[in-house]
Design a binder for this molecule. Sequence first.
Ligand code: SAM
Length: 275
Amino acid sequence: MVNSSGGDQPKSPVKWAGGKGQLLSQFEPLFPKQRFNLYIEPFVGGGAVFFHLLPAAAIIIDNNWELINFYITVKDQLPALLADLEKHVNEKEYYYHMRALDPDKMDPVCRASRFLYLNKTGYNGLWRVNKKGKHNVPFGRYKNPKILDRENLPLVSRVLQHCQIIPGDFSQALGFAREGAFVYLDPPYHPLSPTANFTSYTADSFGVEDQQRLAQVFKKLDQKGCRVMLSNSDTPFTRRLYTGYDLQVVYARRAINCRGGKRGPVPELVIRNYL
Ligand SMILES: C[S@@+](CC[C@H](N)C(=O)[O-])C[C@H]1O[C@@H](n2cnc3c(N)ncnc32)[C@H](O)[C@@H]1O
């Protein structure tokens, strides 16, 4: 497949929990060897795989509206966003002022600008909300965070011109899926233990029923003739859900989703309907 970068390679514009940047070299031999005519990523997050593959035609989906509004703004209103990003300062008081603003009352550009500012200056770059949907990440105390990246954001905007950006549930992928498409699914992981449930990307959590619903969507995408690749934790439950498909183990260094709080290589599953 021809990629759409036409020059410098863009990188993910946000830090994202569960980001797949560190796994790309292990993924490389697992991506489809055949060309694909459409790329669909229904849990796009920071889009490490999307920005690596740079597909010429793509659909990205996520149910985090702040993230989706950010991508739409980078695609359609880049100059206004770059101008607004100039106003931010990396100071504690200003951070908490921005954090307290109600994004629903902001126009899309200011909202996207606030999103990127909080992502770059908040602790660990996480986007985390409480049960009421309020952003609750503390100030990160970084020395010199790159809030306004004048080189990368235009590259990101260029790649997004070939991309439909869809808010909402992953199951919408079925409406776009067609023979010859490649679908990469990277859901919130099934927890390794009952206490290790990192599920705060949005106010809604992703439970056992969602994992089962996702396995059904995987099967339907398979039946439609798509090549489908999915990441998840390596547990008896996830292995059972995808019995009959190709299962590969990759190793991730995870600060979250890890056994007993220990860091170190954690096995994860890559499930595929092709070899
Ligand atoms: C593991 S992260 C994806 C990380 C991404 N692969 C990366 O490299 O940054 C999971 C993503 O799924 C999104 N999500 C959670 N539930 C969803 C749902 N029901 N439908 C669509 N997206 C969902 C979250 O907002 C989050 O961005």
